[in-house]
Design a binder for this molecule. Structure first.
Ligand code: NAP
Length: 295
């Protein structure tokens, strides 16, 4: 069997078109576009690229965007002051702190201070709690993008065994809760999992969100399984001019011969993440502009 390769770029384009239509509707109804802002601390080049991509993607769909660069030496209190300003600003409907943050900054304190109504990364405990209770909330963009991708490919989720490798707050854990909401039977694995291969081989849908290049080999995958690769690691690659390439957590060439569907890296989950972030911003804007929620 050779797997169907899921094209995240095509799907992301559709989702961006939907976000664009919704942003235009809100702009004409309320006289102001949705606003998405990003706090960028320090000068990590990868973070700067991610933030630039988010800004460009926002502007293209009619979401006003702004980045707040802060020096690597900033204190937690200084970032909290900025968060308070963004919480109070009626032209800002969603914002996030680009991760990672420098060691001296208390990441949790920042996440807890962002108004849940504007928490487009879905990391505030209030939104996480709503998600765990199966209620409507702002949900982290990568896991919601994965569910959206499965649905748009008509891949059944209900009743399926889903194995998620990686238990981060931004991907693994919210995906676990979403799987429950979709009536799947999820299992979550991490570094203390006793027999990783046994868990991955039980999966009808296998999601790798680890950050270890090529961890998932063909013999760890059940024939016919759907394989979603979230991992994005930079690896040395002398065959390309820039000297490095992106690598996923899945040994793509061998696993595609076993799986029924597989996502590539790059071009799989990544584009969907940005598209779903835009959707989250539009959703936050709709709820704030209509008065359904207050910041
Ligand atoms: P993370 O915070 O980096 O944590 C990694 C997780 O993988 C942890 O739960 C860790 O277990 C587990 N793990 C590490 N090595 C393992 C092993 N050998 N066997 C089993 N589990 C192992 O996770 P993340 O932030 O979700 O990032 C994961 C990857 O996804 C990274 O490559 C990241 O760049 C990528 N990512 C991509 C997108 C996208 O849009 N495409 C979005 C977010 C993240 P412990 O908890 O026991 O340490």
């Amino acid at each position: 069997m050779t797997a169907k390769i899921i094209d995240g770029k095509v799907m992301a384009k559709q989702i961006r078109e939907e976000a664009k239509a919704e942003a235009a509707e809100l702009t004409s109804k309320y006289g102001m576009p949705p606003g998405l802002e990003v706090i960028l601390i320090g000068d990590d080049p990868a973070s700067a690229i991610y933030v630039r991509n988010k800004g460009r993607a926002s502007e293209k769909v009619g979401i006003r965007s702004q980045t707040h660069p802060l020096p690597a030496t900033v204190t937690t209190e200084e970032v909290l002051d900025l968060i308070d300003k963004l919480n109070a600003d009626e032209t800002v409907h969603g914002f996030l702190v680009q991760l990672p943050v420098p060691d001296q900054v208390d990441e949790k304190a920042l996440q807890h201070r962002i108004s849940p109504a504007k928490d487009v990364d879905g990391l505030h405990p209030f939104n996480v709690g709503l998600l765990s209770q199966g209620e409507d909330s702002l949900i982290s963009a990568t896991p919601s993008g994965i569910i959206e991708m499965l649905k748009r490919e008509d891949i059944p989720i209900k009743g399926q065994n889903v194995t998620i490798v990686g238990r981060s707050n931004i991907v693994g854990k919210p995906l676990y809760m979403l799987c429950i909401r979709e009536h799947a039977t999820p299992t979550i694995c991490h570094t203390r999992t006793r027999d990783l291969s046994a868990e991955t081989r039980r999966a009808d849908i296998l999601v790798a969100a680890v950050g270890v290049p090529q961890l998932i080999k063909a013999d760890m995958v059940k024939p016919g399984a759907v394989v979603v690769d979230v991992g994005t690691s930079r690896v040395d690659d002398p065959t390309v001019e820039r000297g490095w390439s992106w690598s996923g957590d899945v040994a793509f060439d061998e696993v595609k011969e076993v799986a029924s569907f597989i996502t590539p890296v790059p071009g799989g989950v990544g584009p969907l993440t940005i598209a779903m972030l835009l959707k989250n911003c539009v959703k936050a804007a709709r709820r704030l502009m209509s008065g359904e929620v207050q910041a």
